[in-house]
Design a protein around this ligand. Structure first.
Ligand code: ADP
Ligand code: ADP
Length: 239
């Protein structure tokens, strides 16, 4: 697993919105950290700086051996192949089966053509099936992704990320569109992967009680600034 370090990282979007302001933090390898804050506080922006989807305007972001802001082309693809990402809206290919959606993780960081038409080796296939097994979705392997429930889709998205064999897992509001029992099941899954694989996990949550229940450290954002960084259990709603 890799550490993540932001040093005086700021992001100002082209329209002038200052979404992150001088954020400095270090996440150790194998930590599971929640980023908590209201909508618009900068959570997505922060997480997207880690895989280079959003460039920092100033400061730096370092992920394992990579200083993200300096990466271009091939080096950026290499970073992204090591960083798994799951989203609120799952981002699966709805018309394609679960197996094919998971296999795409083996081509993470490569261009769209290769990720869809690339030739999977027997090892790639086995890794994808193992990933589906580990999230309890092996029995749905030939099911079209579009016909799954929300919780099942998120499990497939986790399997897709896992099949990358990532060093870091990023999750942008992964349970925001799920009902509470399903949200808890998916959070439990992420906690288990963090514990069993020692994966570094950074998860955006807008509900503080989920952060308290499933993570040990919480980083609170307000208007792009870090206003809390400490144990999840003792954080109060006033923070
Ligand atoms: P969320 O809060 O769940 O990230 P949003 O609806 O705020 O979702 O954003 C959806 C998409 O629109 C994201 O890709 C985000 O980067 C982009 N976006 C959000 N706010 C703005 C804005 N003010 N101008 C341009 N794009 C925006
Ligand atoms: P959160 O994930 O906490 O909802 P975001 O990182 O999505 O917060 O947004 C932080 C701020 O940046 C918000 O004011 C949002 O409108 C703005 N924003 C997000 N994406 C863009 C974008 N692509 N262009 C301009 N403004 C954006």
């Amino acid at each position: 697993a890799w550490p993540i370090r932001l040093e005086n990282a700021s992001v100002t979007y082209p329209n002038g919105t200052a979404a992150l302001k001088n954020v400095t933090l270090t996440i150790e390898p194998g930590e599971m950290v929640a980023i908590v804050g209201l909508s618009g506080s900068g959570k997505s922006t922060l997480i997207r700086t880690v895989n280079g989807l959003v460039p920092v305007t100033s400061g730096s972001v370092t992920v394992g051996p990579h200083e993200v802001s300096r990466l271009r082309g091939r080096a950026l693809r290499e970073l992204r192949s090591n960083v798994g990402m799951i989203f609120q809206a799952f981002n699966l290919a709805e018309r394609v089966n679960v197996y094919r959606n998971t296999l795409v993780g083996r081509f993470a960081g490569q261009n769209a053509f290769r990720s869809f038409f690339g030739i999977a080796s027997p090892e790639d296939r086995q890794i994808a099936l193992d990933a589906l097994d580990s999230v309890g979705m092996l029995d749905k392997v030939w099911t079209r992704a579009g016909s799954l429930s929300g919780g099942q889709k998120q499990r497939v998205a986790i399997a897709r990320a896992l099949s990358q064999d990532p060093r870091v897992m990023l999750a942008d509001e992964p349970v925001a569109s799920l009902d509470p029992p399903t949200a808890h099941a998916v959070m439990h899954e992420l906690t288990r992967l963090n514990a069993e694989r020692g994966l570094t996990v950074l998860v955006n949550l807008h509900l503080m009680d989920l952060a308290r229940d499933y993570t040990t450290r919480m980083i609170g954002l307000r208007s792009g600034e870090v206003v809390y960084d400490g144990p999840a259990a003792s954080a109060s709603d006033a923070d």
